[in-house]
Every structure is written in C-alpha cells, then in structure tokens.
Design a protein around this ligand. Structure first.
Ligand code: SF4
Length: 701
C-alpha cells in the first residue's frame, strides 16, 4: 500500500529476553483484521504455542489500536491489549481495554501496535520517543504505585509523554491486576503478565500525526458534525434525559444523560451549570454525562470539578472530584473515575456506611478512597467480582476459616463493622500484602480451588458469577433475555460488551425500540420488554451475533463500545433512528479504502471467528457448548415461584437456552452440536491457515 492513511503501517516488537527491538510491517494484519483486537488475536495464534500459560516467557502482550485511533473520530481514544489471561482456568486469550491517551500517543510515535515478548531478568521500563526506543532500568521504580511510577517517568520523558504502568498487584503477578495509563485509565487482567516479564511501565511520546485519506478533510469534518449534531447521545448512548426537559419528548430515570437546569460542576471555579443539552447543540455534548452524580448521588454535585475523558471523546464520562477528606489517608484531595470504579469499592462495606446513607458523604469518601487505591495498586476488580468474593467469603465464614489466626487478628475489622472509610485502606493493603487474604486476587476459579467456596458460590444468584471461566455476569439475562445470556457465554472474561445494552438501555419507549429492532434484525421479536420475555427466536440470535461482532469491530478499529454502535439517536426529526453505517464511513475516510457496512461487519465476523478458534485451541477441545458456553444455574432457578416467560421475572428456561446456543451457532456457521468453527466457515472468512492449524491439532468438528 503506497500511501497508508489511518494506520501508521508499522508495529514495534520488543523482546525483553534478548533486548532486540524491531520495527515491522503492520499492514499484513490490518488489511483483513482491521487492527486492535484483530491484530492481537492473529499474533497470539501465530506466535504463542498451544499450552502456553499466561506467566510463561513464551506468552506475548499485544498492545494494538486501529485506523481511527489518533484521528478525531468521536470516542476513538481506547486501547486494546491482547494476551493470555491468568484468571481464566485455561489461560485462554482475552482483551483488556484502557481509555486515556496511550493508543493515540503510540500512533503519534509511529506505531499501530507494540508486541512485547520474552521476559527481562530484572525490572525494566520501555521508553518510546518516535523511532528512538530503549529498554531502561526500572529497579528504582519496582515497588512503587502507579502514580509515583507515572510521575517519575514523566520527569524523565517530559509531561507530554503518556505512561502505562503496573502497580504492586501486577508486580506480584496477581491474576486480577491491571495496566493503568495516565494514572486513572485501567485495563483489567493483564497487569500480572507484565509483572511476569519484569516490565514495570511503557512511556511513549511522538511527534507524528495520524492522517486521513487525501482530499477527505471536508468530508471528515462534515461526518463529525453530522454525528455530533444528530446521532450521538450521552454515555452508553442513552438518548433521552433522566428528567423531563423542555426539548425532550421522552425521559427515563435510568438514563446517563444527567444534565439539566440548575445542575452544576459545583467545585469548578466559578461553578459551571450544565443546563439542558438538547440535540444539535454541539458545544454541549460533553456536558450531558455527569457520571459521578449518576454513581454517587447528589452529594457528588458540589464536589465535581469537571468531566474529563479519553482522547477525542466528546462524551467525557470521566468524573473529576475534589475530595479533601482523602488527605487524611495521605492522598491528594482528588478522585477520578470512569466506568464502575466509583461503584465497586462500596461492595466491600458489608455493614454499610457510618452515616447510614448509601449515597451520602461517607459513601462518597469511601468509594473515592477505594477507587484511588485500586488504580494506584493496579488492582482489577473483575467487574466488581473481587468485592463480591470478599463479601461471600466473609459472610459464609470461609474467610475466617482460611486466614491464619495471626493474619485474621492483624486486620482491623472494626473499620468495616463501623462503616468507616478507612476500611478501604485496610482492604486494599491486605490485598497486595503477601498473606492469605491476597488470594482474593486469584479470581473466582483459582480462589475456589484454594478455599473450596462450595456450590452456593457458583449457583447463588446474588453472587453474580457467570461461569467457571472465572468471570461475573455483565449485562446478561437481565439485558435482552437470551441475547444478553448468549453474549455472556462467548468471551473468556466478563463480556464487557455494550452493543446490545446501549440499545436496550437507551431510554426510548419499548414500542419504539421494538420497531427499530425490526428494522435492524428482521423482526420486533428480536427484543422483549424488560422482565417480560418470550421464547428464543432466530431474530434474537441475529441480535446476539451482531452485538458480538460489533464489539469485535470496536475493539479493532478502535472505538469505545461504551458509546458505539449508533443504533438510536436523540433526534426526534430522525424518529430516533441512529446510523449503523457510521463505523464504515469513518473507516473509509480514514483509510481511503471504500468499505460498506456489510463489508466491515464481515471483517468483524472474521475476528470473532479468530477469537473462537483461539479459544478452541487454548482449551484443547471443540466442545464449546458443554465446556465453554455454560450458563449458571441461577439464571434458571431465580424466582422459584415463577415460571420462565411470565411477566415479572428474568428467569430463563434450560432447554430454551440450549436452543438459543444452537441458533447462535447456526448464525455463525459453526458446528451446531459443539459450537466450534468449521473448516467451511473459516475458509469462507479467509482463515484457511487457522483451519489448517486446528486440523493439525485435531480440533475441527
Ligand atoms: S465514553 Fe468514556 S470511556 Fe468511552 S471513550 Fe469516552 S471518555 Fe473514554
């Protein structure tokens, strides 16, 4: 490709065993697999032998982004990390994802991807300044938290560098450890893999730019304007406000479009009123989402300094708060969060908060303290399962049974019992200490093996564990019935998939959503009203497949699946219809390669199949139906007095879910008995080499 745009066309390979640093062609992956996750899966399939474990020297870490990263496409600032996952029982491949600036900075330095291989004998960090790349001594950084590490490297490289680092959890090779860039944007599950390679951090800065195709500047600007003016909503693409407003036909209390008249960033100087932010006002898109107020309640309003976010994202879902009470714990008086980081720490407060309020001041201080410690120590909550595991182990008496008496007595339980925020310090310090308590960071599968948590741990509905794959539910049967359940079975970690949820939770009336479902997936029956489910049908299978494939597309191109895809819009003039061809339009303008929506979806389907093939290979079985795509008992046993498919329950039916799996396999062209990809399907998608490799391992159905 003579004139590469969108991509940089180069990847950086750093071998920590030999010290070799190479620059290679990235287009051999990008052409058919887009980039990001697609590139990552191919590298892992080709270069990491079957049977490799996450902490083995032979495992690799692929940090990769797609052609939209570093452009001004809305919500294109996220970074994909692909590697074997230590928390997964089979150490099967997973992606972790971080927002912030790392991916764009990597592109500005000239790289679509960084492949890290081998392992250093002593602690190191990687310094990248355009084509000047070096492996630096990190012995003085080892043992430090993410914040100090970031500050130290910024002193060396300058404040303009973006630093991704691990904390003590990663250094100690904990299964639930994260990689954190820009101090607060974390990717969960691969921090321990960097620890196993003695890699403390990567600092990157570049002087280059990401170019779009020649002559397309005006089209690019127009497309951005169209998307911001007519299509995009708030966080999770919620397209109605949470309160009645002058411009809005609909509102929904659960919407993340929190902005309203007399709502302020109270800690800004002077305070900033969000006001109403109607569609069409491009300057107010970034004020719609007020995540701290959504998560922590009204008490967060007077503490909100501003909303921040990832590179090139108009949604700004990152809350920045002023919390002077944190100084009592030796921290600076600020707290910052995207996603669930303000929500999960509170789950470890088993007796609630000392003021008796779940959304009061003490809860806010507690959650902000927990959030700061999780980021600084590089602890991954496994979508909140870490804290639920603690709750389960404590309440069942298991924790007292397994902790040595001396360790149990050394923990100040009175802080938790009295609802004191200081419990967060006690909780996180013990997680990264070397005692038995720290095994909570093993993740559900290894923790059960070690502590023998019992059947109730896996089957109890309040505990939220989805499967022995060691992850919790994430928008599952409560989100589109069989659709959410199918999506939760597919991945090797919590599914972290919002393609379906952004649509289901958009806030529009169900009749309207069903109309749109009919247009996108062939029938209004693709979507059920909440807690009023119907048996499985082929349109739900199409909805589930589309959701998985769009998630793969976003992790490859790279766009934030917490907002994309644009299935609906806030515009009454469009009758709330979104634009599902937008990804293809941005791709075409960035790369200069004309790509229709259908063609890009086919590329995404190829990436999904690559993920599936890797899972078959990592697990060394084709029996995905029984070994991988399992559904927890609580999905079928919840609400014991109610039957499935009656109004008021999210309960599903066992036989119906087996039918759902068969229908999904059929949509993908996979073997309907096992759920494994067939040679015919892999070859249809241009993956003959993958089929040949699986064949040689006797892993084709
Ligand atoms: S919506 Fe939030 S997480 Fe997604 S790109 Fe924007 S700021 Fe980042």
């Amino acid at each position: 490709m003579a004139n590469i745009t969108g991509w940089t066309g180069k990847l950086l390979r750093v071998n920590l065993s030999t010290g070799d640093i190479k620059i290679e062609d990235s287009m051999k992956y990008n052409k058919d697999l887009i980039g990001g996750a697609g590139l990552g899966y191919k590298v892992i399939f080709d270069e990491v032998p079957q049977g490799t474990k996450a902490f083995d020297e032979a495992n690799k870490v692929v940090i990769a982004v797609g052609p939209l990263t570093g452009t001004t496409a809305p919500c294109s600032g996220r970074t994909n990390i692909t590697s074997l996952a230590p928390a997964n029982p089979y150490h099967a491949v997973t992606d972790s994802h971080m927002g912030g600036n790392f991916g764009p900075w990597m592109k500005f330095a000239g790289y679509d991807a960084i492949i890290i291989e081998g392992a250093s004998k002593s602690p190191v960090w990687i310094k990248i300044e355009d084509d000047k790349v070096s492996i630096e001594d990190a012995s003085g950084l080892w043992g430090k938290g993410v914040i100090d590490t970031t500050n130290e490297i910024n002193k060396i490289m300058g404040k303009e560098a973006c630093i991704a680092a691990i904390g003590p959890a990663g250094e100690k090779m904990k299964n639930l450890a994260s990689i954190v860039n820009t101090v607060n944007h974390s990717a969960g599950g691969h921090g321990g893999v960097l620890g196993s390679k003695n890699l403390k951090a990567i600092g990157v800065k570049g002087t280059g730019a990401v170019h779009i195709a020649d002559g397309k500047n005006r089209d690019w600007l127009d497309l951005n304007k169209y998307m911001l003016g007519e299509i995009i909503g708030a966080n999770n693409n919620h397209v109605v406000p949470s309160t009645p407003q002058t411009w809005a036909e609909y509102h929904s209390a659960g919407s993340r479009w929190t902005a309203q008249t007399a709502l302020f960033w109270g800690a800004a100087n002077p305070p900033v009123e969000t006001g109403e932010c109607p569609p069409g006002d491009l300057n107010k898109v970034g004020l719609r989402t007020q995540k701290a107020i959504f998560d922590l309640g009204e008490v967060a309003e007077e503490r909100t300094i501003k909303m921040g976010g990832c590179y090139s994202c108009p949604i700004r879902c990152q809350s920045n708060l002023h919390v002077p009470e944190l100084e009592k714990y030796g921290l600076t008086p600020y707290a910052t969060s995207t996603c669930i980081n303000f929500s999960t720490p509170g789950t470890a407060m088993l007796n609630g908060y000392s003021d008796g309020e779940n959304k009061g001041e003490v809860a806010l201080i507690t959650k902000c303290l927990g959030s700061r410690l999780a980021d600084d120590y590089g602890v991954w909550s496994n979508y909140g399962q870490l804290h639920r595991d603690f709750r389960y182990a404590y309440n069942s008496g298991k924790l007292k049974e397994v902790l040595p008496k001396e360790e149990w007595d050394s923990i100040d339980w009175s802080l938790m019992e009295s609802g004191d925020p200081g419990w967060m310090l006690e909780f996180y310090n013990n997680l990264i200490a070397d005692g038995e308590f720290s095994h909570l960071l093993d993740g559900p599968y290894e923790l059960d093996k070690r502590w023998n948590l019992g059947k109730d741990y896996w089957t109890g509905s309040g505990n939220n564990v989805w499967s022995k794959m060691a992850y919790p539910k994430h928008h599952s049967n409560e989100a589109g019935a069989q659709v959410g359940a199918l999506i939760n079975t597919f991945f090797n970690r919590d599914c972290n998939n919002h393609s379906h949820m952004n649509f289901i939770g958009a806030g529009l009336p169900i009749e309207l959503l069903k109309e749109i479902a009919g247009e996108v997936w062939g029938s209004p029956d693709a979507l059920d009203a909440p807690k009023n489910y119907t048996p499985m049908n082929e349109y739900k299978a199409k909805f589930a497949k589309w959701s998985i494939d769009r998630n793969m597309l976003h992790d490859s191109i790279t766009l934030c699946n917490w907002v994309w895809p644009m299935t609906v819009s806030p515009s009454k003039s469009r009758n709330y219809r979104g634009d599902l061809a937008l990804e293809a339009k941005f791709y075409s303008l960035a790369t200069g390669i004309e790509m229709s929506e259908e063609e890009l979806d086919l590329q995404a389907e190829r990436i999904t199949n690559l993920h599936r093939a890797l899972t078959v290979r990592d697990m060394n079985t084709i029996d995905m139906r029984n070994e991988h795509d399992t559904i927890p008992e609580w999905v079928f046993d919840v609400d014991p007095d109610m039957k499935p498919f009656t109004e008021g329950t999210v309960k599903l039916d066992r036989d119906d879910m087996q039918l759902a799996l068969t229908m999904l396999y059929k949509e993908y062209g996979w073997d309907e008995k096992t759920g494994a990809p067939t040679r015919e399907t892999l070859e249809r998608l241009g993956l003959k080499d993958i089929a040949d490799e699986l064949d040689s391992l006797n892993l084709l159905p």
